[in-house]
Design a protein. Sequence first.
Length: 74
Amino acid sequence: MSKKSNPSHENKHINKVEEPITDYNVEKNAVQEEELHPILIKLLEKSIQDSKEGKGISHEEMQKRIKLKYPFLK
């Protein structure tokens, strides 16, 4: 009895899924430094300043408010 060739079993990497790096114009395993948009930088700076000034609420307080507003959430 002759053994039939099955191409999918010959190449073990045929079903391996990888992100197509060519679409992003980067080399594989390359680390790139990216610049942040000026508006994003301003928003981050404002958020940090608000936090330092005590504006906003803690994570625990937010959880408490969510549980009061939506008691069916666990």
